[in-house]
Design a protein around this ligand. Structure first.
Ligand code: KG4
Ligand code: ZN
Length: 352
C-alpha cells in the first residue's frame, strides 16, 4: 500500500511517500521545506508558521508525489501529525489530510509527533525492535522512555522546565547566534576548549536517590549559569566557543548519564536517540562511549531526526497495521496525549 504522510506541527512543511506491505515500511520520497522566516524573529512565530504551511503544503505534497512517481489515485492511506505542536500549524496539515482522504476515499490517521520521532530510525534500520530505552530530545520535549514493545511506552522521566532543544536555542540567543541555536552551538563547541568554563550538571544528583525524580531533567538553571558567564565575559568573541563547549558538555553529560542508567537498570540491548537534538553528533558519540559494549546506540540520520513527514509515515504504518484509523472528526491538539504511554513512577534498582 502507498501511504502519504504530512507533517506541519512547527516550522517544517513536509510530505513523504512510503510503501507499506508485509515486512518493513520503505521510504520512497521525502520533501522538507524549512521556513526561513522565523530566523528574522529569533524563534518560531506561530501565525507566520501557519500561513507558510498554508501557502506551501500543496506544492510540497505534489513534489513528494512527483519524486516517488506516484499519482494521487494510487494513495491507499493518509497520515498526518495531529499533535503536539502549534495548533494553527497542525490545523493546516490536518485539514489538508482530512479533505484529501475524503476525496480519495482512503483511511486517515492522526499521528502523535513524538511517536513519529520514536519510529524515525526504523526507516534506516528496519530490524530495530523493542525492548529499548528511548531518549527523545527536541525543541519542545525531553523524554526518557522505556519501550517494552511498539505502542507500549513507560515514561521514566521528562523535563521540569525547558526542553533540551529549547535550552540549546535559548543559549544560542544568549551567545548571539542565529536561530535555531542547536546546530550553531554544536559547530562552535567543536572549536571550544573543554573545561575552561564549568557549568552545573542539573539533576544529575537525583540519579542515585532511587526516587520519582531519578530520571527528571531540568535545563533552565543551566541557561541562567550561561547568562551569568556571558555577562561576566569582557570579550565574548574570545569566549563564545568555550562557553558553547561548556554548555553542550553539561547538557550531554546529564542526558547520557540518565539514559545509561535506564539502559543498565532494564538490561536492554539498545538506546534509541531521536528528535532534533539527536542531530548532535557529540551526543551520539558520548552515548556510544558511555554504553560501551553494554548496548548499542541507534540514531537516525539528521534528515530523519529533525521534523519530517517520513517518521510520521513510519509510526502510522505501525498503527494502520493494527487496524487503527481516525474519523472525519479528527482535530489537531496542541497537547495530544502520547498513545500507549503510561507514567506510573517506577522504582528501579540503583546502578552505581
Ligand atoms: O524535533 P525538532 O526538529 O522540532 C521539534 O519537534 O521541536 O527539534 C528541533 C530542535 C531545536 O531546538 C534545535 O536547536 C535542535 O532540535 N537541534 C539541535 C541540533 N540540531 C537541531 N540541538 C543540538 N545540536 C544539534 N546539532
Ligand atoms: Zn520534532
Amino acid at each position: 500500500m502507498i501511504l502519504l504522510a504530512i507533517e506541519t506541527s512547527c516550522d517544517e512543511t513536509s510530505a513523504a511517500i512510503l510503501r507499506t506491505a508485509e515486512g518493513p515500511t520503505t521510504l520512497v520520497s521525502l520533501v522538507i521545506l524549512s521556513q526561513d522566516i522565523h530566523r528574522i524573529f529569533g524563534g518560531v512565530v506561530p501565525e507566520l508558521a501557519s500561513r507558510a504551511h498554508l501557502t506551501t503544503l500543496g506544492a510540497v505534497v505534489d513534489q513528494a508525489l512527483d519524486e516517488a512517481h506516484v499519482t494521487l489515485e494510487e494513495i491507499g492511506a493518509i497520515a498526518v501529525t495531529a499533535g503536539p505542536g502549534l495548533v494553527g500549524a497542525l490545523l493546516v496539515g490536518v485539514m489538508y489530510g482530512k479533505t484529501l482522504a475524503r476525496r480519495l476515499g482512503v483511511p486517515l490517521l492522526g499521528v502523535h509527533h513524538l511517536e513519529g520521532h520514536l519510529f524515525a530510525a526504523t526507516l534506516e534500520q528496519p530490524e530495530l525492535a523493542p525492548p529499548f530505552i528511548a531518549l527523545l530530545v527536541s525543541g519542545g520535549h525531553t523524554m526518557l522512555l522505556d519501550v517494552a514493545a511498539w505502542g507500549q511506552y513507560r515514561l521514566l522521566g521528562t523535563t521540569r522546565d525547558d526542553a533540551a532543544g529549547e535550552a540549546f536555542d535559548k543559549v544560542g540567543t544568549l551567545l548571539g547566534l542565529p536561530y535555531p541555536g542547536g546546530p550553531e552551538i554544536e559547530r562552535l563547541a567543536a572549536m571550544g576548549r573543554p573545561g575552561r568554563y564549568k557549568f552545573p550538571r542539573p539533576m544529575l544528583n537525583t540519579l542515585n536517590d532511587n526516587g520519582p525524580e531519578r530520571f527528571t531533567f531540568s535545563f533552565s538553571g543551566l541557561k541562567t549559569a550561561v547568562l551569568r558567564a556571558v555577562q561576566a565575559s569582557d570579550d565574548l568573541e574570545r569566549d563564545r566557543a568555550d562557553l558553547a563547549r561548556a554548555f553542550q558538555d553539561a547538557v550531554l553529560a546529564v542526558l547520557v548519564e540518565k539514559a545509561w542508567a535506564a539502559v543498565t537498570d532494564r538490561e536492554y540491548p539498545a538506546l534509541v536517540i531521536g528528535g532534533g537534538v539527536a542531530c548532535n553528533r557529540a551526543l551520539a558519540a558520548a552515548a556510544t562511549a558511555r554504553l560501551g559494549n553494554q548496548a548499542r546506540v541507534v540514531v537516525a540520520s539528521n534528515r530523519l531526526n529533525t521534523d519530517n513527514a517520513a517518521m510520521i509515515g513510519a509510526a502510522a504504518a505501525f498503527r494502520l497495521a493494527r487496524g487503527e484509523q481516525s474519523g472525519s472528526d479528527l482535530e489537531p491538539r496542541a497537547d495530544l496525549p502520547f498513545p500507549g504511554l503510561t507514567s506510573t513512577p517506577v522504582t528501579l534498582g540503583t546502578t552505581t
